[in-house]
Write a protein that binds this ligand. Structure first.
Ligand SMILES: *[C@@H]1O[C@H](CO)[C@@H](O)[C@H](O)[C@H]1NC(C)=O
Length: 160
């Protein structure tokens, strides 16, 4: 009986310390979720290019947000900062939000545009690769409510 009581107390202690642990944040690097621009798309200042990100709603969230950047290095999970963004970007387009259940939920945030403008980023980038990069945030993922980030990128060639 004493053994049972100790065992029960130990289980309760382990359960409470598990609950106090900060929820895990996981970064997943995926290929092929950016339908446009395709790899190797040539872009020039003053023009726009088609943009389509095919998100996978892993955590069955009502809304899914993602941030869109232009980077001058191929992004990896290791090159993200501690809040899963990129500190050294060439350009930040913004955060877009997709309503995953448009019949049942009110609109929220800015929907993703179908084209993005190519700004003048300077002649030093002429002929260089730049990476259109998407960081998708999935909140409240089961079973424990953790957050997952998905990183996808395609390269483009800048023609000044
Ligand atoms: C990470 O990068 C994002 C986007 O540039 C920025 O908003 C955020 O403050 C950065 N986080 C840190 C800890 O520097």
């Amino acid at each position: 009986m004493i053994f049972t009581a100790i065992f029960t107390a130990l289980v309760a202690f382990l359960a409470s310390s598990a609950a106090a642990t900060p929820l895990e944040k996981r970064v997943t690097v995926r290929d092929g979720t950016i339908a446009s621009p395709t790899d190797g798309t040539v872009v020039s200042p003053g023009n726009s290019y088609a943009f389509q990100y095919n998100l996978i709603n892993w955590c069955q969230a009502g809304y899914t947000s993602f941030d869109v950047y232009l980077l001058d290095n191929e992004p990896t999970a290791a090159s993200m900062n501690t809040t899963q963004g990129f500190t050294d970007y060439v350009y930040y387009y913004g955060r877009y939000t997709v309503d995953n259940f448009p019949d049942g939920l009110p609109p929220m945030g800015t929907p993703p545009p179908s084209t993005l403008p190519m700004l003048d980023i300077g002649s030093s980038y002429d002929g260089q690769d730049i990476w259109l990069t998407v960081v998708q945030t999935e909140l409240y993922c089961p079973p424990d409510g953790h957050t997952e980030y998905m990183l996808a990128s395609n390269n483009m060639v800048y023609s000044a």
